[in-house]
Design a protein around this ligand. Structure first.
Ligand code: SF4
Ligand code: SF4
Length: 266
């Protein structure tokens, strides 16, 4: 048991202000949590045979910025969070390797461009499944991982390590409350009522929406994570009322969002 390694990772996360970290032994991928499960080629130890554990870190996206989406503000936040995730997972992998446990980062976005994603809307590794297996959250109707702390407003990065680190407990409780706000407010009708993975995102519809926004420098869309009522961050930002996202809502917040949307993108 590599208790010291968890200490190393925890210290790093505290120093970098990384709020969520979880651990999953690679054999967890062999025990499907639901069906259909991800194909075996996507298991971490099939991608890199030496992998014995996956460490997953999570960085939140700030709700007030996400609320302006689609906007240049959220576009920039998204890029920055992705960049930080990549930097932190590279650094952490290096730290663990120097401690005697060879480790590598897995890039945040495993595709070259949205056009590539439109042709093949899958990355070589799923950070979302890794986050669930590392005990950080559970899938919701929006096909995203919901966490207690930030709902789906969190992005994940992963590290493959040769260290065998004890897995964290899975989140047993359902977090999604099936309010279907994500379904009704999706501008591309890409989501349907029903539990993940029985009802999956219409990826072509979602990526077409994303490609359209990308041409205007204001991708990603993010509406299905913005409107989700789950997450302690709603309390922190005093956003308990998700009715503010309904069409026709006219609040001081709405005027601010409209202002931001006029600038920085087309
Ligand atoms: S990102 Fe936008 S288009 Fe895609 S599923 Fe979510 S709300 Fe729909
Ligand atoms: S918006 Fe409602 S239905 Fe959609 S994931 Fe969140 S809790 Fe579930």
């Amino acid at each position: 048991m590599n208790v010291d390694l968890k200490d190393i990772v925890s210290s790093f996360c505290t120093e970098k202000n990384i709020p969520l970290v979880g651990y999953a032994a690679s054999n967890r991928w062999e025990q499907p949590l639901f069906e259909p499960w991800i194909p075996a080629d996507f298991y971490p130890h099939h991608i890199l045979p030496e992998t014995r554990s996956v460490i997953v870190i999570g960085l939140p996206v700030a709700l007030p910025v996400l609320e302006t989406s689609p906007s240049i503000w959220y576009h920039e936040l998204y890029k920055t969070v992705n960049s930080l995730l990549d930097q932190y997972t590279v650094q952490l992998a290096s730290l663990l390797s120097r401690a005697g446990f060879p480790s590598v980062f897995v890039p945040r976005d495993g595709y070259g461009s949205i056009e590539v994603l439109q042709k093949n809307p899958v990355a070589f590794f799923s950070h979302r499944h890794a986050a669930v297996l590392a005990g950080l959250g559970r899938f919701g109707v929006n096909n995203m991982v919901l966490t207690r702390e930030f709902g789906p407003r969190i992005r994940f990065g992963s590290i493959f390590t040769t260290a065998l680190i004890p897995s964290d407990p899975l989140v047993e409780d359902e977090l999604c409350i099936h309010c279907n706000k994500c379904v009704s407010l999706c501008p591309a009708n890409a989501l349907k009522e029903g539990d993940y993975p029985l009802v999956l995102t219409d990826k072509p519809a979602c990526t077409t929406q994303s490609a359209s926004l990308n041409k205007r420098y204001i991708s990603p869309c993010g509406i299905c994570i913005k409107v989700c009522p789950i997450g302690e961050d709603r309390r922190v930002f005093h956003r308990g009322n998700t009715g503010i996202y309904e069409p026709g809502s006219d609040t001081d917040l709405f005027h601010g969002w409209e202002h931001v949307r006029k600038y920085g993108g087309k």
